[in-house]
Design a protein around this ligand. Structure first.
Ligand SMILES: NC(=O)c1ccc[n+]([C@@H]2O[C@H](COP(=O)([O-])OP(=O)(O)OC[C@H]3O[C@@H](n4cnc5c(N)ncnc54)[C@H](OP(=O)(O)O)[C@@H]3O)[C@@H](O)[C@H]2O)c1
Length: 286
């Protein structure tokens, strides 16, 4: 598995498997297929309600804990220093691990600066190796970075050929912050997957359109966490490292950017809805 060196010197696999919306009972089989296919990175979150199952799947895999890069996310209702501190400990217990490889603050609402202080402390205490944020707009990201001792190692955002996040990437590049794509396949959008360019490049390289899209992400310096519970998809999504797109082909994909997101809730709605979410994750998951 290829890795990328983060701005704290630690390495992260450029490909992982995402388990959003995967019920706990399906996490074990999906991760067993993924580990078999060579994945060594898993992306979950408190709100996915499957962290216990992820922890079990890692233990059942027979892989040493250090061989698996484990990411999870704290929800914004657990922001603020005191709440975040307690939520980190509960999360570790729930997953059944001594440390997380990457902890992300899932949303930009609430007292995110207080949460970030708890994140930095968790790194110092050895509970977390790398820290980052998800779904922050540039203004809140700049506010957090301006007050932080530790610059985020990773920023996880929606990113795919229709929404390439060029401005965010340019802002983060001098900080060495890696950009990790959620919805790397546009959440499986049929129109995106059927773009003639991906079929053309797929024919040239003997690859599927999905493999071409995922290859574009990693070759462009990004990290991807495609979601799937289909064993064939899981396997084929990992076959990205035996071909390379030319720079002209990369440029043609860059031209597909059209500022089109698949997640479209306005910020003021998100702020209200997300802050109203309940956080009794321990009770809710198996
Ligand atoms: N930070 C955040 O706020 C946030 C938000 C959303 C997601 N995420 C993370 O990002 C991960 C990925 O997001 P996502 O799963 O929603 O979107 P995605 O990876 O862009 O797309 C997943 C969809 O594509 C299909 N698919 C996967 N591989 C395929 C293949 N080889 N051929 C055809 N279809 C394929 C899947 O169906 P099958 O199951 O049939 O393969 C599924 O419907 C999540 O699991 C989560 O970890 C984070």
């Amino acid at each position: 598995m290829e890795t990328l060196t983060l701005n704290n010197g630690l390495r992260m696999p450029v490909l992982g498997i995402g388990v959003n919306h995967v019920p706990s009972a399906e996490v074990g089989p999906a991760l067993a297929h993924a580990f078999e296919a060579g994945y060594r990175s898993v992306d979950t979150a408190n709100t996915y309600l499957n962290e216990r199952a992820v922890g079990r799947a890692v233990r059942d895999s027979g892989l040493a804990r250090e061989e698996v890069f484990l990411t999870t996310k704290l929800w914004s209702t657990d922001s603020g220093y005191t709440r975040a501190r307690a939520a980190i400990d509960r999360t570790l217990k729930r997953i059944g691990t001594d440390y997380l490889d990457l902890l992300l603050l899932h949303q930009q609402y609430g007292d995110y600066n207080g949460a970030w202080r708890a994140f930095q402390e968790a790194v110092a205490a050895g509970k977390v190796r790398s820290i980052g944020v998800s779904n922050f707009n540039p203004r809140r990201l700049a506010d957090l970075i301006g007050r932080a001792r530790t610059v985020p190692a990773v920023v996880q955002v929606e990113r795919h050929p229709y929404f390439q996040q060029r401005e965010l990437r340019a802002f983060l590049e001098p900080l060495g912050t890696a950009v990790e794509a959620w919805f790397p396949l546009g959440h499986g959008d049929a129109g995106l997957l059927a773009e003639p360019l991906f079929a053309e490049l797929g024919r040239k390289y003997g690859k599927s359109p999905v493999q071409v899209i995922l290859r574009w992400h990693v070759q462009d310096g990004g990290i991807v966490i495609p979601g799937s519970t289909d064993p064939d998809h899981i396997r084929s999504n990992a076959a990205l490292f035996d071909f390379a797109l030319t720079s002209e082909e990369m440029d043609r994909i860059a031209l597909m950017d059209r500022n089109r997101r698949f997640h479209n809730l306005p910020e003021f709605v998100e702020g209200i809805v997300f802050q109203a979410m309940r956080t009794d994750y321990d009770r809710k998951q198996r």
